[in-house]
Design a protein around this ligand. Structure first.
Ligand SMILES: [Fe+2]
Ligand SMILES: [Fe+2]
Length: 237
């Protein structure tokens, strides 16, 4: 049975305090080498949450841990290799025009840097190509390659339902054409969004956990974006 995150004890600094006891010595080496390159999209805690969810999913499904955990740890380090100008494109009004190219670039850079990190800790050579293959299209691949790819990418998606990610979406006034709550609910029921049913269940449990941990104003914003947009409109006119 999946045990939800206890946010009263979870350290949100993203440095790995919540997961290190669950990692093998070799995985800890990968984590520490990768740490300076993590969470570069202003998403503190992302790598740690994804790794945490990946380790959890491995309890339910047969898959090669030696591939899944490093893929989860390293999947987004490519953002750290991109220029300020490139990242700034995300903040332009027409950011969606740039998004496919930016996603492609962070995957390419991620593969390069992950390869160096894995070689640097003498990671088993047999696993490295499979880890890099997952990273190479983790945001863009249609469907799933295998259970290792499915678990690593499901873990990345469960993050979206976590408390820090929802707070981030509220802070950024994340612009869906519906409320954040409705968008997340849609993903929860969308066929093929997750590889595993247990990932969907985990995301549902964590989404409820997030709602319980948000304050009332944040919850209201999450659910009623339109109401806030109308208020903004009234203030402006
Ligand atoms: Fe990514
Ligand atoms: Fe990610």
């Amino acid at each position: 049975m999946y045990k939800l995150i206890d946010y009263s004890h979870w350290n949100l600094n993203g440095k790995g305090n919540n997961i290190l006891t669950q990692l093998t010595p070799h995985e800890i080496q990968v984590w520490q080498k990768a740490l300076p390159f993590q969470d570069k999209r202003n998403d503190k805690g992302h790598a740690e949450f994804v790794t945490y969810f990946a380790v959890n999913l491995l309890k339910y499904v047969k898959a090669e841990r030696g591939i899944v955990v490093p893929a989860a740890i390293l999947h987004d380090i490519g953002w750290s290799q991109m220029s300020k100008e490139e990242i700034a494109q995300f903040y332009l009004p027409n950011w969606r025009d740039f998004e496919p190219q930016l996603r492609k670039r962070h995957q390419e850079e991620g593969v390069n840097l992950a390869g160096k990190i894995l070689d640097g800790v003498n990671y088993p050579q047999e696993f490295i190509p499979k880890i890099l293959e997952i990273i190479s299209q983790h945001d863009t691949r249609q469907g799933f390659l295998n259970s290792e790819d499915g678990i690593a990418r499901d873990a990345d998606k469960i993050w979206v339902f976590s408390l820090p990610c929802c707070r981030l979406a509220i802070r950024k006034k994340r612009n869906f054409n519906k409320s954040i709550y409705d968008q997340l609910s849609e993903w929860l029921s969308q066929k093929g969004f997750f590889y595993l049913d247990i990932s969907r269940e985990t995301a549902k449990i964590e989404f409820q956990n997030t709602l319980n941990n948000l304050d009332e104003a944040q919850r209201d914003y999450l659910k009623n974006r339109q109401k806030f947009l109308n208020i903004n409109l009234l203030i402006r006119t």
